[in-house]
Design a protein around this ligand. Sequence first.
Ligand SMILES: Nc1ncnc2c1ncn2[C@@H]1O[C@H](COP(=O)(O)OP(=O)(O)OP(=O)(O)O)[C@@H](O)[C@H]1O
Ligand SMILES: [Mg+2]
Length: 339
Amino acid sequence: MTGLCLGIDFGTSNMTAYVEGRGIVLSEPSAVACDAYTGRIIAFGREALEMTGRTPKSITVKRPFYDSAVSDFNITVRMIKRFVDRACKGTILKPNIIAGIPSDITELERKAMRDALEMSGACRICLMEHSYAAALGAGVSFSKPEGTMVIDIGGGSVDIAVVSMDSIAVSKTTRFASEAFTDDIIKYLRRERDIEIGYLTADYIKRTIGGAVIRNEEIALISKGRNIVTGTPINFEITSTEVYWAIKEHVDMILQGVKELLSKTSPELSGDIYENGIVLTGNGSLLFGMDAFLESASGVPVRLAKNPGYCVAKGLENAVHDRKKVKKSGYEFVYAESI
Ligand SMILES: Nc1ncnc2c1ncn2[C@@H]1O[C@H](COP(=O)(O)OP(=O)(O)OP(=O)(O)O)[C@@H](O)[C@H]1O
Ligand SMILES: [Mg+2]
């Protein structure tokens, strides 16, 4: 196959690119800032995300994958094109792109992704489920008839899968994930304390003092917001216990998903999972105590993968290196019209 191979994990929160021979070269928030009137892209990635809540009316920050990849197709295509151009700068030939997709992607979304990649300049395309790529990237060996559960907790989706014999035996995707925790914190402060905060502040609170378990020693931080009643800016304190309760319902829903999938897994594979355990990938897994919570609530040993946010991209890299092997599992680079 001629041309450069590029692996891209198009995540709801972050896009990560692997380039053949160069490793992981780029990771940027999936965000663009556009001129509200002309649609022209003004900023991209981290630069765009940092403008959230700080732009004049003439500029809007968009996160095209947040609702669905097809929600704003034109913006999606332009954002992907920017990302591809940046990842393979200096390359003249059209790249072959392997992209990570959610396991439960609809036909419409699959088609949109294919079209977006083609319009962004891809030559051949291969679409690989997040769970499969995450398992490869986390170093799970799943060639044998033995099951392991992989849970990829991203920003917008939790992909749970049991992998065995080089394929996905059963899987389940929930269309909410760590960004739902962030929204929970915003809603909690508005509802219970009449405080309004922006997305970036809520994300910082989640990462710094959030948790899937109550901490032995409560911690707190002082943050900036706006009093909804008076309209004035305020400094306020929020504790780890408050954040724990604010996000608990969504954390519990992830556990529910795990239990549902275990109940649909054959007794043989379930037995293997209790032995081999669960591997956590995705940056959402970095929430304090997520591994301990899932382990104690499910009774299955849980391991957090190394660099969890890069596992999907790393798996796409492994797939490019071992094209023959993944071809047997149905993953092949083809021209867009044949997907
Ligand atoms: N240390 C941390 N603690 C808690 N959450 C974190 C931490 N670091 C990152 N996150 C959260 O992880 C989420 C992004 O995870 P990731 O980059 O794996 O998502 P994604 O691949 O873009 O999304 P998806 O796979 O759902 O499409 C964000 O919501 C971010 O706030
Ligand atoms: Mg992801």
